[in-house]
Design a binder for this molecule. Structure first.
Ligand code: PLP
Length: 475
C-alpha cells in the first residue's frame, strides 16, 4: 500500500531537502540491502525493529551482516577487477577505523580484504580476530614505541611511516627483532577531496605524512636501513568523496614522485588510501565504486604508460564504503517540542519540531564534529499523517547534540516511537563516547531472521567500576 504524506514545505528546511511523497518510504540508496517494511514495520536482516528494541533496548547499533559481507566483496572485486583489466593488480585493506570488532574483522578477512589499523587497540582486535599479521597495515601519525615494537614483533605486513623520526623508530625496532619490516611512506599530495569538490594545493598544513617534496630524501633514508623494505608511497586525500577527480589528481602527483624513486630501487606499490563516499540523505549521489575503480585504474595505467614505468600494485583502504550502509541506529523518541523559529527579517516564524531521542552525540558524534547530514524514519509503524519537518536531538547537555539536522517524518511522530537512522555503520560506534556518563550502546548483528550481540553495550555499572572511588572498582 502506498502512503501519501505529502505536505507543504517548511521554510526552515535546508534547500536540498524536498518534502517526500511518502515520509515512510525507505530510500533505497540509504539503507542496508535487507531493510524492508513488513506490515509497516522496519525489518533488517529478517528481524523487526520492535523485536530488536525489545530484546536489546535502545539506543542500539544494528549491523546487517549480509550487507557488510557482500559490500566488502563488491568493493574488493571492483578495485581488483578494474586493475586487472588494465594489466595490473590492486590490494584492498578495510579501514578498521570506520568500525572494528572481532566479528567484523573476520567478515572482512573472509571476504579477502586486508585490514588497516591505526592504533595498538585496533591492532589487538585484528589479531584477536585471527587475521594473519602479514595482512595488516599499521597507520598513525604518532605511533608509540610500544605500538611499533608490537607491530614489528608480530610480523605486520606494512607500517605506514608518517614522519622522518618514525623511520629511525621502525628501523631500530626491526633491527632489534632481527626482522626486515616492509614500510610505506605517507605523503601529502596536496589534494584534499570532500564529496564532489577537491582542492589542490602545493603545500599542506596538516599533521599527517610528509610533503611530496621531502619524499625522495625520506625514501633514501628508509632504503639506507637494512632492516626496512620500502614498498612505496601512501596518500589519503579525504573522506566521503563522490567522484574520481581527486583520486586522479593525487595519483598523477604521486606517480611523478614514484617515478623519481624508481631510480633508487624498486617501488612495488602505490597506496591511494580510502575515502569513497556513501549516501546519507536522499540527495547524496556517490559514483558507484565500479565506476570509480574503472576511472582510477585507467588514470593510473595511462599515467604509468606516459611516464614509461611499470604499473605498481595499487592499494586502497576503504572503510565507510564497506561498513557505512550496513549499519543503522535504533532510538526511542522521548519528548517532542514545536519551536517557533524566525525565518524572515520581519520575524515571520515557522515551526521546527524537535524530537529528542534516548541517545545522541555520544553514539553519533558526526554532526557535532563536522556537520554531517543524516536521515530518519519511524521504524515501528507507518503513518498517513502529513509530513512535518523534524530535527532529531539527543539527550545530552549540549545544544549541538543533534543526530539528524533536518528530515520529514509523518507529523504524528510521538513519544515512544521507534526511530531508525540509516548509514550509521561507519564512524559512529568508533567515535562514541561516555559523555554525560552514558554507556556506549551495543552492536547487534542481524542475519536471516536472527540477531546476536557482537559488541556488548556498556552499563552504568561498567562506568562506575572505572571510578577509583567506587566501592569494588577495578580501577
Ligand atoms: N585510510 C586512511 C589513512 C584514513 O585516514 C582513512 C579515514 O580517515 C581511511 C583510510 C578510510 O576512509 P573512508 O572510511 O572514508 O574510506
Amino acid at each position: 500500500m502506498a502512503f501519501d504524506t505529502h505536505a507543504a514545505a517548511n521554510p526552515l528546511a535546508p534547500e536540498w531537502l524536498a518534502v517526500p511523497g511518502d515520509a515512510n518510504a525507505l530510500h533505497p540508496g540509504l539503507w542496508s540491502r535487507t531493510v524492508e517494511r513488513r506490515d509497516g514495520e522496519l525489518v533488517v536482516g529478517g528481524v523487526s525493529a520492535a523485536e530488536l528494541a525489545a530484546r536489546y533496548g535502545t539506543p542500539v547499533y544494528i549491523v546487517d551482516e549480509v550487507d557488510a559481507r557482500e559490500r566488502a566483496t563488491e568493493v574488493r572485486s571492483a578495485l581488483v577487477g578494474a586493475f586487472e583489466r588494465v594489466g595490473g593488480s590492486a590490494k584492498v585493506y578495510y579501514a578498521g577505523k570506520a568500525f572494528l570488532s572481532i566479528e567484523v574483522a573476520r567478515w572482512m578477512s573472509e571476504a579477502g580484504l586486508n585490514i588497516d589499523v591505526c592504533s595498538g587497540g585496533e591492532l589487538a582486535v585484528a589479531v584477536a580476530a585471527g587475521v594473519a599479521p602479514e595482512r595488516l597495515g599499521f597507520h598513525g601519525n604518532n605511533k608509540s614505541l610500544a605500538e611499533i615494537d608490537r607491530a614489528v614483533s608480530l610480523g605486520i605486513g606494512a607500517i605506514i611511516i608518517d614522519s622522518v623520526q618514525e623511520i629511525e623508530r621502525v628501523a631500530e625496532a626491526a633491527a632489534r627483532h632481527g626482522r626486515v619490516q616492509s614500510v610505506r611512506l605517507r605523503v601529502n599530495s596536496g589534494v584534499h577531496a570532500h564529496t564532489h569538490a577537491f582542492l589542490a594545493t602545493a603545500h599542506e598544513d596538516q599533521k599527517f605524512g610528509i610533503g611530496l617534496a621531502a619524499a625522495a630524501d625520506a625514501a633514501a633514508r628508509i632504503r639506507s636501513h637494512a632492516s626496512l623494505n620500502f614498498l612505496g608511497l601512501h596518500c589519503h586525500i579525504g573522506s566521503q568523496i563522490f567522484g574520481a577527480d581527486g583520486f586522479a589528481e593525487s595519483a598523477a602527483r604521486l606517480l611523478a614522485v614514484h617515478t623519481e624513486l624508481l631510480a633508487g630501487g624498486p617501488v612495488p606499490e602505490l597506496n591511494l588510501g580510502g575515502g569513497f563516499g556513501i549516501a546519507y540523505t536522499s540527495v547524496d549521489d556517490p559514483t558507484p565504486i565500479e565506476e570509480l575503480a574503472e576511472t582510477i585504474a585507467q588514470t593510473v595505467a595511462a599515467g604509468c604508460a606516459e611516464l614509461g614505468i611499470p604499473l605498481p600494485v595499487v592499494a586502497f583502504e576503504p572503510g565507510r564504503a564497506i561498513i557505512g550502509r550496513a549499519g543503522l541506529t535504533l532510538y526511542t523518541a522521548g519528548t517532542t517540542k514545536d519551536v517557533p523559529v524566525a525565518f524572515q527579517d520581519d520575524g515571520e516564524t515557522a515551526i521546527r519540531r524537535y524530537v529528542s531521542v534516548d541517545g545522541g552525540m555520544s553514539d553519533n558524534a558526526r554532526l557535532a564534529l563536522y556537520g554531517a547530514d543524516y536521515s530518519v524514519r519511524i521504524a515501528g509503524r507507518q503513518s498517513v499523517a502529513p509530513a512535518e519537518l523534524v530535527r532529531i536531538a539527543g539527550k545530552h547537555c549540549e545544544s549541538g547534540d543533534i543526530v539528524v539536522d533536518a528530515d520529514y517524518l509523518p507529523g504524528d511522530v510521538a513519544p515512544g516511537d521507534l526511530l531508525a537512522v540509516p548509514a550509521t555503520g561507519a564512524y559512529c560506534w568508533s567515535l562514541a563516547s561516555n559523555y554525560n556518563h552514558v554507556g556506549r550502546p551495543a552492536v547487534i548483528a542481524v542475519r536471516d531472521g536472527a540477531s546476536r550481540v557482537i559488541v556488548r553495550g556498556e552499563t552504568e555499572h561498567d562506568l562506575l567500576m572505572r571510578d577509583a572511588a567506587y566501592e569494588g572498582a577495578d580501577a
